[in-house]
Ligand binder design. Structure first.
Ligand code: FES
Length: 64
């Protein structure tokens, strides 16, 4: 699904940046992806995806 319509950034792009590039917040994410600098409507959703991805990673590591 598209999170940032202005730059065509998807939820998959964001999860990839968190899991593989270590982005842990919006500032770090924006170093890798163009998002949020046009209208800014995507920032809240992008933060939720970052948080959910980090929580998923944490749960995965605790099980193993
Ligand atoms: S939707 Fe991301 S900057 Fe507009």
């Amino acid at each position: 699904m598209f999170v940032c319509m202005c730059y065509g950034v998807t939820d998959k792009d964001i999860r990839h940046a968190v899991q593989n590039e270590g982005a842990g917040n919006i500032r770090e994410l924006r170093k890798q992806l163009d998002l949020g600098s046009q209208c800014g409507k995507c920032i809240h959703m992008a933060q939720q995806i970052i948080d959910a991805t980090i929580i998923d990673e944490t749960l995965f590591h605790e099980v193993c």
